[in-house]
Design a protein around this ligand. Structure first.
Ligand SMILES: [Zn+2]
Length: 124
């Protein structure tokens, strides 16, 4: 914990998409591909309250589905390829796009959650 969180905090979009700490913008949010660290190694911000749940999966499915279905329709109308070409292109595009999008979107949702001080509802 050598530094403290910046005031005002950095942009949640810039830090979230890069997988950086939403408080200081320098520490890393992830310890693996998608696992969130317990705390920031630079400023000590506690990440244990961050829970994006199914949020990133929803956005990944929506964006990937729109792109893959649009691509498949365009390919069919333009080239009328055999079914195995559709399966190959749509399958690899769906997997590749999902893997490319899920980490930045999870970081973005965690950073937006931090910026808006979102937390579990509580009874007093
Ligand atoms: Zn930090």
């Amino acid at each position: 914990m050598s530094r403290t969180a910046t005031n005002p905090p950095p942009s949640p979009i810039a830090t979230g998409l890069r997988g950086r700490c939403p408080a200081c913008g320098e520490g890393h949010l992830f310890k693996g591909f998608l696992a969130v660290k317990p705390a920031c190694e630079v400023c000590g911000q506690d990440f244990s309250a961050f829970d994006s749940a199914d949020g990133p999966a929803f956005f990944v499915m929506s964006i990937t589905g729109f792109v893959v279905v649009g691509m498949a329709l365009w390919m069919e109308i333009t080239y009328e390829p055999p079914v195995w070409v559709h399966a190959l292109v749509a399958g690899s595009l769906a997997i590749g796009l999902s893997l490319a999008l899920v980490r930045p979107l999870k970081g973005l949702l965690a950073a937006v959650q931090f910026a808006n001080k979102a937390a579990q509802g509580r009874f007093r």
